[in-house]
Design a binder for this molecule. Sequence first.
Ligand SMILES: Nc1ncnc2c1ncn2[C@@H]1O[C@H](COP(=O)(O)OP(=O)(O)OP(=O)(O)O)[C@@H](O)[C@H]1O
Ligand SMILES: [Mg+2]
Length: 390
Amino acid sequence: MLLEPAEVWAYLIERGLIPATASGAVREVGDGNMNRVFVAVPDDPDIPSVAVKQAPPWIQKLGPSAPMSPERALIEARALRTFAEYAPKQTPTILDVDETRFAFTMEDLSDLTVLRTALNEGAELGRTSAEVGELVGRVTFATSVAGADPRARAALITQSVNPLLAEVTLQYLLGDPFVEAEHNHHHPSLAGAVEKLRRDPAVRTELATLRAAFNSNAQALVHGDLHSGSVMVGVRDGEPVVRVIDPEFAMVGPIGLDLGLYVANVVIAAVRSRNTAHLASIADCWEAFCAAWREGWPDRVDPLLDDGWLVRELREVWRDTLGFAAVEMVRRVAGYSHASDLETLPDPGPASAIVLGLGHKLLADREICGSRPDPRALAHLVGTSWEAQQ
Ligand SMILES: Nc1ncnc2c1ncn2[C@@H]1O[C@H](COP(=O)(O)OP(=O)(O)OP(=O)(O)O)[C@@H](O)[C@H]1O
Ligand SMILES: [Mg+2]
């Protein structure tokens, strides 16, 4: 049964999430493409408001002509529960999961703003990148070979299989932007650069490597869609608050996918506003990620994993981060789903050219930022790319 706004109140009472006697209002807040999100606010301020997210058996924006398994809502709720176990600070509280209706109810985050919107309006990142890095670090350490024993990982891998959403990523992130495809579009000034990128054999080999990593590297539980539209930010009781939402693409996959998507979108926001503080926050994200791994490291489940392996593993993660960041940069200017950061500029051409150029450079040679994890080298590369355009 698909919920309409008028039915949500009765639904919440039926699920025991709001007292039967309470009155209040429901509004639809979802501006996403895939699902519906409703917020229910009781008139009694002592009763907490809640948000309900339901996955229809199709892509919400396209309707029944675009079927998509509603199971994704349950995958998302399960991932959020795992995130809450290891990174409760950055995870919305889940109050109820309804397996029959492919819906779940969570903490109302209406007082927060989607990070992409906040950045477009000129906000600074503050601690956001560190909070995201900490969440990714804690969740991935706990679900990696260092944090979870083989049996626990086998169970996690089995329950996190997410082939339909993985297909979406393979097509729209790691496929179509690199070939001629129906839904691709780009700024007219980029025609030459897009064609050059698509023909570059070094890019094709790197893309193949990333596709293979996405398909086969069951490194840890990842969010799978961790761009700035999946992060909400705000202030509560005078303290900055960061919440990571929407892990419907969650799977056991390469950690660099999450860090790369986040980093690419920070880069895109930085290019939009020529904001070097945004670039500096990439190091905050990486350092918080590494700190979470180092924090878990003394309690690793496999004592044969030695310090040398840790150094190697983190180096691999950074390498993947650059690779997945690069494909995300390309996707956001030459694929189907563009970034409002660029699209809302009076002329998206020049900033889009920078982002595409960076994606191309990183794919052609990930060592361009050195062979060791060095987020400052990446920030420097981005900064020089816009200085060169002036
Ligand atoms: N718990 C919440 N409380 C308040 N608003 C929320 C909550 N969760 C999501 N939203 C709002 O609904 C929007 C859509 O949510 P979300 O990104 O989870 O949905 P989606 O349909 O999966 O989106 P997408 O098409 O980007 O995958 C968010 O951008 C945010 O504005
Ligand atoms: Mg989503």
